[in-house]
Design a protein around this ligand. Structure first.
Ligand code: SF4
Length: 427
């Protein structure tokens, strides 16, 4: 159904992986609240944290001004350390104030962070206590966004994983699509699945609790984000079955993802061709425009968002780039295996990080483009390397056919800018 085939020299599924466990340079899992609060319109994320956590959220979300924001921080002062009972009471008071002021909230997430006083607070117990108090009007769940435990995309994983055990049980055969996508992209995806005749389709997270999904032994699920390892495990514990597939980045990735789902639901080749031919052609054309800039250029991924392996596959196969190193915070073969199969052999695959050693490797390789976190981008730019901020890839709509050209464009832009600067300098 798809022509995505293993590269001639072999893929990377069995390539040796360089495992590093040193200092990391990534944002913490609280960052996920920035996109999750936009997606889940009846949810509120109450970070139980310090002033640092409040500042991170404010500056990350600073560009958005909401009359009624859907996240906030309950700041735990050091004095709260004196008595945990007081801290629990204080948290209950905060939640009480919030919920009485905001009847629109149907799901409340208590989000843990790193300060030691927060770690000592049992948020799972608090969530249970508060659920008993506010059910059925409000469901209270908890997860950790702590920088000690999570990289920035793991916040979404932890949030979704916290929802899985409380999803209702179903015996229906349904497709569950897992991962937060911008609404416009989600609508495109639902349109494609509809054309293929696949349904019923449920979403996790759904836009609101009213349209909530159920899960059971006849549920099959497809991931749209490669950083959902915990959620994957939680769904399997509910006996749902994963449909392994490359991720829907670029024309080829999208086609392969849809083909895996279509095969599961017995869609005919004719129907698949009919539904996908036009958007495939549009995507190929849009990618070709950016690929002119990208072809033949070398590429180095620092581990950041866990999108690295599928993006490297897209950039290598559809844009003609050559990956030197592809680093990912975690590699799950059940999730990343299909993309590793398609990624042409050659790059160093690395898992985890020892940032100084990795910087040395990047400096030695002097790649044309380095994808990394904000903290590393400026120093590397100062050393003459072109960089792309990994976080932008999570905040920008990049999935499925209609975004494939924009995705390639995101990588082409820093190279074009560098080309222009060189020309100006030469004049
Ligand atoms: S959770 Fe930890 S790493 Fe994240 S902002 Fe708060 S203190 Fe910093």
């Amino acid at each position: 159904m798809t022509d995505a085939s293993t590269p001639q020299g072999g893929g990377c599924r069995n390539a040796p992986v360089l495992k590093e466990r040193g200092q990391r340079e990534v944002f913490c899992g609280l960052t996920g609240i920035i996109w999750l609060h936009r997606k889940m319109q009846d949810a509120f994320f109450l970070v139980v944290g310090s002033r640092t956590c409040a500042h991170l959220l404010q500056s990350a979300a600073g560009v958005m001004i909401f009359a009624e924001p859907r996240f906030g921080t309950a700041i735990l002062e050091e004095t709260d350390l004196a008595g945990m009972a007081d801290a629990h009471q204080e948290l209950d008071r905060e939640v009480d104030r919030l919920l009485s002021r905001r009847p629109d909230i149907r799901q409340l997430f208590l989000v843990g962070s790193c300060p030691s006083e927060v770690i000592k607070l049992d948020l799972a117990r608090a969530a249970e206590r508060l659920t008993q108090k506010y059910a059925p009007a409000v469901r209270v769940l908890n997860y950790s966004g702590s920088g000690i435990e999570t990289t920035f995309t793991e916040g979404e994983d932890a949030c979704l994983a916290s929802m899985v055990p409380v999803l209702p049980e179903t015996q229906e055969r349904e497709l569950l699509v897992v991962g937060a996508l911008p609404d416009v992209v989600e609508d495109q995806m639902l349109g494609l699945l509809d054309k293929l005749g696949i349904g019923p389709v449920r979403l996790l997270p759904s836009r609101s609790l009213d349209t909530e999904t159920a899960v059971g032994p006849n549920t099959v699920f497809a991931l749209t984000q490669p950083f959902l390892g915990e959620t994957h495990a939680a769904l399997e514990r509910r006996h749902a079955r994963h449909i392994p597939a490359p991720f829907p980045f670029g024309e080829e990735g999208t086609t392969a993802w849809l083909a895996a789902v279509a095969q599961e639901f017995g869609v005919s080749r004719e129907r698949f061709e009919e539904a996908t031919a036009a958007p495939r052609a549009r995507a190929r054309k849009a990618i070709a425009a950016a690929a002119e800039t990208l072809a033949g250029k070398s590429l180095f991924f620092f581990p950041d968002s866990q999108l690295e392996i599928p993006l490297a596959r897209f950039l290598a196969r559809e844009c003609g780039m050559q990956a030197v190193e592809v680093g990912s915070p975690y590699i799950h073969h059940a999730i990343h295996g299909p993309d590793l199969d398609l990624l042409p052999a050659g790059p160093q695959i690395s898992e985890g990080q020892d940032v100084d050693k990795q910087l040395d490797r990047a400096r030695a390789a002097r790649p044309d483009l380095t994808v990394c976190g904000l903290g590393l981008a400026n120093p590397l730019e100062a050393e003459g390397l072109s960089t792309k901020w990994a976080i932008e890839l999570v905040f920008t709509p990049v999935h499925f056919y209609e975004q494939a050209g924009d995705l390639a464009g995101l990588f082409a832009r820093p190279l074009r800018r560098k080309g222009l600067l060189k020309m100006e300098a030469a004049e």
